[in-house]
Design a protein. Structure first.
Lengths: 113, 112
């Protein structure tokens, strides 16, 4: 069975400093992994996705994630945080080739001025 | 292209009532999935419809049901509402289900 674990429920950074949101996954085969972001009272927006083409995936708004099979990790990073990055971030794995997504518990990113 | 739309955006019901939520997918998308988001349980998969057929189902009671129409629009119904059904209900559409899902803004259901 597939699952994801987000290792931090809350991350706080200062504006202009790097962001690291950690995610470990469990999957019995090569997974499809995603990061979604949710701003307050909004739906979910896709940041980036990994589908086995390249291990380093670039997304929108300067975010990127690296798929590391040996560590079963898919951490999300950004070199320099912006105030507008404050939101809830979800690491997600897709259950086989269907429309069922399995979500991590989410990481709240706080960006301090 | 227009995004995924959900109606209504907000809904207030009382215990025991039933409710129907609607989701219109992105044009050309045939898969629609529904999710429930609560502070305690996070985001949980309800079910997926593809070409008018339920293809996957999550671990929710039979009070939660859905359907999909020939134009791929989908509805979700919850009968005999309970206080614990208060949540943000999100739908997502994709071309086939096995590709990227795009989410709507959600319907906020409050059960009093």
């Amino acid at each position: 069975a597939q699952s994801v674990t987000q290792l931090d429920s809350h991350v706080s950074v200062s504006e202009g400093t790097p962001v690291l949101l950690r995610c470990n996954y469990s999957s019995s085969y090569s997974p499809s992994l995603f990061w979604y972001v949710q701003h307050p009272n909004k739906g979910l927006q896709l940041l980036l996705k990994y589908t086995s083409a390249a291990t380093l995936v670039k997304g929108i708004n300067g975010f990127e994630a690296e798929f590391k099979k040996s560590e079963t990790s898919f951490h999300l990073t950004k070199p320099s945080a912006h105030m507008s990055d404050a939101a809830e971030y979800f690491c997600v794995v897709r259950a086989s080739n269907t429309g069922k997504l399995i979500f991590g518990q989410g990481t709240t990113l706080q960006v301090k001025p | 292209k227009a995004g995924v739309t959900q109606t209504p955006r907000y809904l207030i019901k009382t215990r025991g009532q039933q409710v129907t939520l609607s989701c219109s997918p992105i044009s050309g998308h045939r898969s629609v999935s529904w999710y429930q988001q609560t502070p305690g349980q996070g985001l949980q998969f309800l079910f997926e419809y593809f070409s008018e057929t339920q293809r996957n189902k999550g671990n929710f009671p039979g009070r939660f049901s859905g359907r999909q129409f020939s134009n791929s629009r989908s509805e979700m119904n919850v009968s005999t509402l309970e206080l614990g059904d208060s949540a943000l209900y999100l739908c997502a559409s994709s071309l086939t289900g096995g590709d990227t899902q795009y989410f709507g803004p959600g319907t906020r259901l409050t059960v009093l």
